[in-house]
Design a protein around this ligand. Structure first.
Ligand SMILES: Cc1cc2nc3c(=O)[nH]c(=O)nc-3n(C[C@H](O)[C@H](O)[C@H](O)COP(=O)(O)OP(=O)(O)OC[C@H]3O[C@@H](n4cnc5c(N)ncnc54)[C@H](O)[C@@H]3O)c2cc1C
Ligand code: FES
Length: 300
């Protein structure tokens, strides 16, 4: 990779890619940043809306909810990020990124019009065929809401809504300023086909919503476990306290799913960076049922 930030016409960049490049699984496709949304008051979480430079790359990026991609900046590096938009949004793909270190900081310094690299989609995604026809309980904390926002949007799409049963979403952040996807939350709160419970650990003067930790709110909401699957993503401590609540509600380990955020390198099951026992989190995951996780060595 050249040691410059690649900007300019993605169509022009795509034109110089040879057929051999296209077959190289490590070769990213260029995508232009079409919009950037600052999600939180701390301004360290941003959503990037990307559009692929060429039609072939756009067509090739057919993803399922719960999958991820490797985002790269020329001369900096790449990192795995979950896909935050719905597969039904065909013209663009969105990623919500927290500023952590090298790559994510460089991404945060990008502007609309800059071109970055995308390779993927990777991973198994959420168990969509198991989710269809039943209740879906989504439990999210902090910025781990990203792939669950994709799932929520997908279920709520008019084309899909009838294919799923009751939809319960419990989402929490530390304080109101840390809640992400505020526009989605507002739109969903006006609908009667989603049971939405947004909570903060501590409110402020303007906050009129729920106050309390996600596991406590989950206990209070007490979603039915009948013909239901729960998908839980968030900080490890939140997940640890949510699991007994779900268990008390009757969710068996086979019906609770979690997405793991292990360190990754290749993203395609080649380098061995992400393995737990005989599983590669990038290829066999990142989504696992609790029953599967209970059979793995405790390395995550
Ligand atoms: C499948 C998957 C999906 C992910 N989805 C998202 C997402 O939607 N949004 C998002 O913001 N982040 C997501 N992450 C985490 C993201 O990949 C890391 O934050 C990123 O790799 C950090 O890269 P960096 O170069 O900025 O930081 P580095 O310079 O590599 O590291 C900076 C700091 O971050 C820590 N760190 C690096 N990688 C990880 C990791 N995977 N997990 C925890 N800590 C890490 C390091 O220990 C260090 O303290 C996901 C990770 C995986 C595996
Ligand atoms: S990241 Fe390389 S094998 Fe999973």
């Amino acid at each position: 990779m050249e040691n410059t930030r690649l900007t300019g016409s993605p169509a022009g960049i795509a034109a110089v890619r040879s057929e051999k490049d296209v077959r190289n699984p490590y070769r990213p496709s260029p995508a232009v940043i079409r919009a950037i949304t600052v999600e939180n008051e701390a301004r360290d979480i941003k959503t990037f809306q990307l559009a692929f430079g060429d039609e072939a790359a756009r067509q090739a990026f057919q993803f399922r909810c719960g999958q991820f991609a490797e985002l790269s900046l020329w001369g900096v590096g790449e990192c795995p990020i979950g896909i935050a938009s719905s597969p039904l949004e065909k013209d663009y793909v969105e990623f919500t990124v927290k500023r952590m270190g090298l790559v994510t900081s460089a991404l945060h310094d990008c502007e609309v019009g800059d071109v970055i690299g995308v390779r993927g989609p990777y991973g198994n995604g959420f168990p969509m065929s198991a989710l269809e026809g039943g209740r879906v309980v989504i439990v999210a904390g902090g910025f781990a809401f990203t792939t669950l926002r994709s799932l929520t949007r997908y279920i709520l799409h008019p084309q899909n809504r009838d294919r799923f049963g009751e939809l319960v979403v419990v989402y929490g952040a530390r304080n109101p300023g840390e809640l992400i996807y505020k526009q989605d939350l507002q739109e969903w709160s006006r609908r009667d086909d989603i049971s939405l419970h947004v909570t903060v650990d501590g409110g402020d003067a303007g906050w009129t919503g729920l106050v309390g930790f996600v596991p406590d709110i989950l206990k209070r909401v007490a979603p039915s476990s009948e013909n239901a699957i729960a998908v839980v993503c968030g900080p490890p401590v939140m997940i640890r306290f949510c699991l007994p609540v779900l268990s008390d509600l009757g969710f068996t380990p086979e019906r609770i799913y979690n997405s793991l955020e292990m360190r990754m390198k290749c993203g395609i099951g080649k380098c061995g960076r992400c393995n737990i026992g005989d599983k590669y989190v990038c290829r066999d995951g990142p989504v696992f049922s609790l029953a599967e996780l209970q059979r793995l060595p405790k390395e995550y």
